[in-house]
Design a protein around this ligand. Structure first.
Ligand SMILES: Cc1cc2nc3c(=O)[nH]c(=O)nc-3n(C[C@H](O)[C@H](O)[C@H](O)COP(=O)(O)OP(=O)(O)OC[C@H]3O[C@@H](n4cnc5c(N)ncnc54)[C@H](O)[C@@H]3O)c2cc1C
Length: 386
């Protein structure tokens, strides 16, 4: 379908963003018999700045959504260990329950499944952030979504907008509050077959300017994902140099393959959404606020939000009520309260001395790792080395 065809009729729901949150919501609504249109500015399959660790909770939520991917469509690896390094401190934690996937595979599978359930999809189309001009004097029974494809702007009419565009919209467009010292996400994929040293599982390297995770994807590619202070990246001379500096600070041999790779970035990571619901608008996933990705739970959080919003979205299509917005604000606040361990980890990561002490304590008593790391690929089992 083209955007001009999509704009020629009205929709029950338009979902902007075909990441895990958007595709899961679109799938859930299409299964309930609603007319759903998905817009994404990317062409699929596409890669995404991400560590690719799907937690056990994320896997369980996929099952609850009826979206468990078959291994033939989304190959997975069990990483076995999480190796945490900060300076000369090292802790090795056995991981269980979660898997490593390629985002190109997982997101494509979720989008295809939503389409199979009856949703329509228009690719390479950017929806305009809901704060930038749609909230004006529109009639209360629908919303108009301005969207651009191949340089041409169209207006799409819908009973409900689900904004699931991740960190895609600039905070200035959405009015989100970005934490002053927020880091940015960076990632590079090294093709299979490029000579390189092996990784041990999920290998995390923490340093002054941020942290870098390395993991091997099921197809043999090396996935490097980092959260760095943008000023520090500039001082180092770019993402590859920043990654090399973190490896060096951890006493790890250089990885020339990262210098040759193409790095992709994200805007500021830590942000608080000014609003998560308004008349005929529900905001889900990273777009509704985001912490740092250290504990590898973002996909799980996005899927959990999708699972929770589907009944509210279905009710909103039947008839909007301010009670729906209130319920979604409350549900979002509840979910954000559960990101506490990620905030603790983010604090530790900004205090290298405290982090080294923590790693040594974890090495001595693995049970201490649980509160911080439980979400990561299913959480560590009780065996730690240093
Ligand atoms: C460095 C880093 C490492 C991470 N590692 C992990 C990890 O190991 N495990 C984990 O679970 N999570 C991890 N995350 C977090 C995870 O990637 C996100 O939390 C998750 O992808 C959120 O899903 P989403 O559906 O909300 O948004 P996204 O997955 O970001 O999807 C948003 C979609 O919206 C589209 N879009 C954006 N703007 C527009 C627009 N204006 N119009 C149309 N389409 C638009 C984009 O193309 C994209 O397809 C990491 C994040 C970073 C930055």
């Amino acid at each position: 379908m083209t955007l001009s065809e999509a704009a020629g009729r009205g929709w029950d729901a338009v979902v902007v963003g075909a990441g895990p949150a958007g595709s899961a919501v679109a799938h859930g609504l299409a299964r309930l018999g609603h007319d759903v249109l998905i817009l994404d500015r990317a062409a699929f399959p596409r890669d995404k700045v991400c560590g690719g660790c799907l937690s056990a909770t994320g896997l369980r939520t996929l099952a609850r959504l009826g979206l468990t991917p078959p291994e033939t469509h989304v190959p997975r690896r069990r990483p076995g260990h999480l190796v945490l390094r900060a300076g000369d401190a090292v802790a090795t934690l056995p991981l269980r329950g979660g898997v490593v996937v390629a985002r190109s595979d997982l997101d494509d599978f979720l989008l295809r499944t939503a389409i199979d359930a009856g949703a329509s999809f228009v690719t390479a189309t950017a929806g305009r952030a809901p704060d930038a001009g749609t909230a004006g004097d529109e009639p209360p029974d629908h919303r108009i979504i301005p969207a651009r494809s191949r340089g041409v702007m169209h207006a799409v009419r819908t009973r409900l907008l689900v904004w699931a565009a991740g960190l895609g919209a600039a905070a200035t467009d959405t009015g989100d509050r970005v934490t002053t010292r927020s880091r940015i996400g960076l990632a590079a994929l090294v093709p299979a077959g490029v000579p390189r040293a092996p990784v041990n599982g999920v290998d995390m390297h923490c340093g002054q300017g941020g942290y870098l995770g390395l993991v091997e994807l099921p197809d043999g590619r090396l996935n490097a994902a980092a959260a760095f202070d943008p000023r520090w990246v500039r001082r180092c001379g770019g993402p590859a140099a920043a990654a090399a500096a973190v490896l060096e600070a951890c006493g790890v041999p250089p990885r020339p393959e990262l210098a040759a790779a193409r790095w992709q970035g994200t805007p500021a990571l830590t942000r608080h959404a000014r609003r998560v619901a308004a008349c005929r608008l529900l905001i889900v996933g990273d777009a509704a606020g985001y912490e740092e990705p250290f504990t590898g739970e973002g996909m799980g959080w996005a899927l959990a939000a999708a699972h929770e919003v589907i009944p509210l979205a279905a009710a909103a299509i039947d008839g909007w009520s301010p009670r729906i917005a209130a319920a979604w604000r409350q549900a979002t606040r509840r979910r954000h309260a559960r990101t506490r361990r990620c905030r603790i980890a983010a604090w530790l990561l900004r205090h290298p001395a405290a982090l080294r002490v923590t790693l040594r304590a974890i090495a001595a008593g693995p049970v201490l790792a649980r509160p911080i790391l439980d979400g990561w690929c299913g959480g560590p089992a009780a065996e730690t080395t240093s």
